[in-house]
Ligand binder design. Structure first.
Ligand SMILES: Cc1ncc(COP(=O)(O)O)c(C=O)c1O
Length: 384
């Protein structure tokens, strides 16, 4: 008799991980691939973090820690909110997590019951809807507009659903890089609070912005759940460390969830990450490199056939409308990889409705990667 496999586990793939696997397999056979698919810094963790990790390896037993994280790190994270945003937050409300990915699981379990409805924008980060689906929470995906910088607005939310339990936003967003300003954040959080809708703010790309200021939802809504990570600005993807700021109303339940699901976040990473907050000079130099890469893509991509680009306010992505070139973005990206040897991510990963006519380019790599990609795409001529 056949043994059952769960229906709720049958979620969509995170397509970029599939693309990465394919690109890495080609690279392993000696192919020279330019990686513009991955959303991760090409650089290691800051020097001080590496030194702190070496000390911790030598001196620390590296056993389990408190489920919510080591006190020194929770305090540094709380202090970060005063320094960066002028917002006071008690270290008790800081929950250290296994990447922001671990934080999503805790936030969704802590805030929503199965059957609840949670709104999110398309285009947007695919794992929100896939994790919600696996948990039996209904993702209400709504199409945002370029005119609104692909971000949700109170108007769009009202049009779509009156009975929402939550809203997830990301500013800067993945895949577009577009941001929510202070006035818009105030309006969105007020709209949600008035209707009892839990606001979840993914702030993982804060710090990586180009002339725009990141605003935290915490400044506007004390009931918001804030999610952040050491992966992007802090250049520590593989250390698998993130954090949440949790409202008092959810604190004990999130503590019990994280005790049972994770026991504690990675200990070595926690000790090392304390030093991340003393590394802003080094980190700002990395952001300056992304800014140069961004300039190259924004000025050169139009010359090689990609001329409809979303405003890349922050993060390290350019989201291109390629409707004139394809209505099958996975096939388009596959051909680009096979023929031009440039790996990119099909828009379908981020937008189940319009994603077939979009492609995401990541500029987290080196300046040389950007120039190589432009040369190759120029020779490939996607329109011909
Ligand atoms: C918007 C967004 N949120 C969360 C994540 C997950 O990051 P991590 O689990 O490494 O913190 C990513 C990764 O690309 C992302 O783009």
């Amino acid at each position: 008799m056949a043994v059952k496999v769960s229906a709720r586990g049958q979620i969509d793939p995170f397509i970029v991980m599939d693309v990465m696997r394919e690109a890495n397999a080609m690279a392993a056979t000696g192919e020279d691939i330019v990686h513009l698919e991955v959303g991760q810094p090409g650089t290691p963790a800051p020097e001080r973090v590496l030194e702190a990790a070496e000390r911790a390896l030598r001196d620390n037993r590296l056993g389990y820690t408190d489920a919510m994280g080591i006190p020194q790190l929770r305090e540094r994270i709380a202090e970060h909110y005063v320094v960066m945003y002028g917002v006071d937050v008690s270290p008790e409300r800081v929950v250290v997590t296994t990447g922001s990915s671990g934080a999503f699981l805790l936030a969704f379990l802590g805030a929503f019951d199965s059957g609840d409805k949670v709104a999110l924008a398309a285009p947007g980060y695919p794992s929100y809807r896939n994790i919600l689906s696996a948990l039996g929470i209904e993702p209400v995906v709504f199409e945002t507009r370029l005119a609104d910088r692909y971000q949700p607005t109170p108007g769009l939310l009202s049009e779509r659903a009156a009975d929402l339990d939550g809203l997830i936003v990301a500013s800067p967003s993945n895949p577009t890089g577009t941001m929510i300003g202070g006035a818009e954040m105030a309006a969105l959080t007020a709209h949600c609070r008035d209707r009892g809708v839990r606001f979840i703010s993914d702030e993982i790309y804060h710090g990586i912005t180009y002339g725009h200021e990141s605003v935290t939802a915490l400044a506007y809504d004390d009931e918001a759940v804030i999610i952040n990570s050491f992966s992007k600005y802090f250049s520590m993807t593989g250390w698998r460390l993130g954090w949440m700021i949790v409202p008092d109303s959810m604190l004990r339940s999130v503590e019990c969830l994280t005790q049972n699901l994770f026991i504690s976040p990675p200990t070595l990473s926690q000790h090392a990450a304390v030093a991340a907050f003393d590394s802003h000079d080094e980190l700002r130099a990395k952001v300056a490199k992304y800014a140069r890469n961004r300039e190259i893509l924004l000025s050169e991509l139009p010359k090689v056939g990609f001329d409809k680009l979303a405003p890349a306010d922050g993060a390290f992505y350019v989201y291109a409308d390629v409707a004139q070139l394809t209505n099958d973005s996975p096939d388009f990206c596959r051909r680009m990889l096979a023929e031009a040897r440039v790996a990119t991510t099909p828009g379908l990963d981020f937008d189940p409705y319009r994603g077939n006519s979009f492609v995401r380019f990541s500029f987290a790599g080196t300046e040389d990667d950007m120039r190589q990609a432009i040369d190759r795409l120029g020779d490939w001529r996607p329109g011909s």
